[in-house]
Design a protein around this ligand. Structure first.
Ligand SMILES: C[S@@+](CC[C@H](N)C(=O)[O-])C[C@H]1O[C@@H](n2cnc3c(N)ncnc32)[C@H](O)[C@@H]1O
Length: 306
């Protein structure tokens, strides 16, 4: 049977525990046009929407996609919410994709603003982070990103100088949102890496969108590439929002990217995973405290053991 022209629009309830895994799986399958819709007043009720070229996604492929997504819910003892498919004409999809992103106030004073929207007057006092959500993770809607952004704000509020002059390392930068927020809060520079080339491109593009290109250096890779970017001078602040097992695997090299008197903000871990991660970090000489939680996700602050 010939594939229908246009696009398939896939929509499902985005449960907080599942959202990150779903976004990764979709990106892994080459599904780049995704959006997470939520109203600012009900941030926990989210819909995940993806647009798939109909020509590439006939019925059998769509059934296989459902089978590939279902196991992601199992570790949480959940069932995958029902997938709702509808067809959309060619000319509609780009508009609908963009319509689902809104200005998103985060914390006390940050605003994530889709690049094509003007700043709403009621948020004029906030520090703007313009984003072209593109395909990389980190639009600010995920609890782990919000935890990091709020922790950055708190850290900036702890001293008179805020983040002024700090050198920041962003490990797993996604869209670059965390590093860009740090710069908006006064940091001097950001070195950012990601193992996904789409993320490297997104961070480069988003730095330019914000007029922050001179302060941001981005490279494809992981913690080794980050140490190289930092040229042997570990950063004052490490931002790392990746899943707990990945953080655990990377933490033996944290001393190459975070100075002995520096602070690290880690997220991407479930609260249940915190004790094991704390032990692993302790073994590497880092004292780790679970300092904030949101929808089962945790934020850990690390400092060198005295
Ligand atoms: C949860 S996203 C976080 C994105 C963004 N920093 C944020 O907070 O919204 C995790 C990112 O880490 C990247 N990543 C995964 N494993 C990595 C690794 N071993 N080294 C570097 N980046 C990694 C992924 O490609 C993804 O862009």
């Amino acid at each position: 049977m010939a594939a229908a022209p246009g696009w398939w629009r896939l929509e499902l309830a985005s449960l907080p525990e599942l959202e990150e895994s779903l976004l990764w799986k979709l990106a892994d399958l080459g599904i780049a046009r995704v959006a997470v819709q939520h109203r600012p007043e009900t941030p926990s009720q989210r819909q995940l929407i993806a647009w798939l070229p109909a020509i590439d996604w006939p019925e059998l492929e769509r059934q296989q996609l459902a089978l590939a997504l279902a196991p992601l819910a199992e570790p949480f003892g959940l069932a995958l919410p029902p997938l709702r498919w509808s067809q959309q004409a060619d000319e509609d999809w780009s508009l609908s994709w963009k319509q689902h992103w809104q200005a998103d106030p985060v914390g006390k004073g940050l605003l994530i603003l889709p690049a094509w929207l003007p700043c709403p007057p009621e948020h004029a006092e906030r520090r703007l982070i313009a984003m072209d959500p593109g395909s990389a993770f980190g639009t600010g809607s995920h609890p782990t990103t919000r935890l990091c952004l709020e922790a950055l704000e708190l850290l900036a509020a702890m001293t008179q100088e805020g983040l002024a002059g700090l050198r920041v390392a962003d490990l797993g930068c996604g869209s670059g949102v965390l590093g860009l927020a740090a710069l908006r809060l006064g940091a001097a520079s950001v070195a950012a890496v990601d193992t996904d080339s789409l993320a490297v491109r997104a961070t480069t593009d988003n730095a330019a969108l914000n007029g922050l290109t001179p302060q941001v250096r981005v490279q494809l890779g992981s913690v080794e590439a980050l140490a190289e970017l930092l040229e042997g001078q570990p950063a004052d602040l490490l931002l790392c929002n990746i899943l707990a097992p990945v953080i655990q695997a990377l933490c033996p090299a944290f001393n190459t990217v975070l100075a002995a008197n520096g602070v690290g903000l880690l997220s991407g871990l479930l609260v249940d995973q915190a004790p094991a991660l704390q032990l692993a970090l302790r073994d590497e000489g880092w004292q780790a405290e679970l300092t904030a939680e949101q929808s089962q996700w945790g934020l850990m602050t690390i400092r060198r053991v005295a």
